[in-house]
Design a protein around this ligand. Structure first.
Ligand code: M6R
Length: 364
């Protein structure tokens, strides 16, 4: 049921404030994170020596963002891996590690195989899963259910957003239990998380501007998304959304890597989307954008309100509400979902069922 929306994808984009707030409400009780349903005890959390996040596609991109947040807040080393690589490389896992498998469907063949490999090695596993009773949910030692509800469009939006929430709440709780943050910081992070649904809502309300911009990009041959740190994680997801449904070739690049290859692809008019939500990295990424511009790139800047000097260089700017930089992915991804969606619509493509793709990849 599309309930009046033209496609499932845009319906699901609109459902994100609710999906995020449902997921938050399932683990936040009286202003505190409660992981009792997930089943990880304080003792177990204290003992984790290493976190391995394993997933595919967008769920892997959640892992890339989660790595920055978990390492920075909880100070636990985190590795992120593609499930299809992990399962065949005979991984060396620390027995005191925690393997986190992220999967909307809970049926992705490579992610399931990675889970089984981890269990075989006797390492504790946690599934972040949306579909109740799915294979990964059944087989993982612990399950954190995201409450996105059924997701129909092949391109994930609301499941991705709830997976981020799962990662943040784990990071904050691990940080607290391991004494890495103060009570005050803990309360502050939780309060900030609770403001995310309303901020997502505000971004969605501004969708017409992105629709207009998207209509100008239908003939683009290549699009590059660049960012550093968490902004790189956002770029990965923005780029996947774009290529998967608009069929425009796009790449995400860690901005500092441009000079090691990609910049040779910049031609007159190539769209480069710079993601700049991390205050400490803002100037660095901006200077990479300027380097692209001097080689002919057409620049879109995606940053937070207040950073208006982006307009001195960017040809088109998009602003998101301020939040704690750890959580910026949740907001910055929204305009990029809308951009991919509207380019696909403007090209008259099958948005919800892009060619050659399936919602759940149950064969390797
Ligand atoms: O069901 P899963 O979360 O395990 O699926 C993983 C990927 O197949 C999925 O995220 C895919 O990349 C999406 N179509 C991206 O929009």
């Amino acid at each position: 049921e599309k309930s009046g929306y033209e496609h499932f994808m845009i319906k699901e984009i609109h459902e994100q404030p609710k999906a995020v707030s449902d997921t938050l409400n399932s683990v936040i009780k009286d202003g505190m994170i409660d992981l009792s349903e997930v089943g990880l005890s304080e003792e177990e959390i204290k003992e984790i020596s290493q976190i391995y996040i394993v997933a595919c596609g967008s769920a892997y991109h959640v892992g890339v963002a989660a790595q920055y947040v978990m390492e920075d807040l909880a100070r636990i080393p985190v590795r992120v891996e593609l499930a299809s690589e992990f399962r065949y490389r005979n991984p060396i896992l620390d027995p005191k590690g925690l393997v986190v498998i992220i999967s909307q469907s809970g049926e992705t063949a490579d992610s399931l195989a990675a889970l089984r490999e981890s269990k075989k090695q006797g390492v504790k596993t946690l599934g972040i899963v949306n579909v109740i009773g799915s294979s990964i949910a059944r087989e993982a030692d612990n399950v954190y259910y995201t409450l996105a509800g059924p997701e129909i469009a092949v391109a994930t939006t609301k499941a991705y957003s709830t997976q981020l929430i799962a990662a943040y709440t784990l990071a904050i709780q691990f940080a607290k239990i391991r004494g890495q943050i103060t009570e005050e910081q803990y309360a502050g992070y939780i309060e900030e998380l609770q403001s995310i649904p309303e901020k997502i809502q505000r971004i969605i309300e501004d969708k017409e501007r992105l629709q207009w911009f998207a209509s100008k990009q239908v003939n683009a041959k290549d699009i590059f998304f660049i960012g550093r740190g968490i902004d790189y994680a956002i770029s990965l997801e923005g780029s996947l959304k774009m290529k998967e449904i608009s069929y425009i070739h796009s790449e995400a690049y860690a901005a500092g890597e441009l000079k090691h290859g990609t910049i040779s692809l910049i031609e007159e008019g190539t769209l480069v989307i710079g993601v700049l939500t991390q205050p400490e990295l803002y100037e660095k990424t901006l200077s990479n954008m300027v380097e692209c511009k001097s080689r002919g790139a057409y620049l879109m800047g995606l940053t937070t309100f207040g950073h208006y000097n982006i307009e001195e260089n960017a040809d088109f700017s998009v602003y998101i509400p301020k939040t704690d930089p750890h959580f910026a992915t949740s907001l910055a991804v929204i305009p990029l979902q809308l951009l991919g969606y509207y380019v696909s619509v403007a090209k008259g493509l099958d948005v919800d069922k892009p060619r050659n793709l399936a919602k759940s990849v149950t064969v390797e």
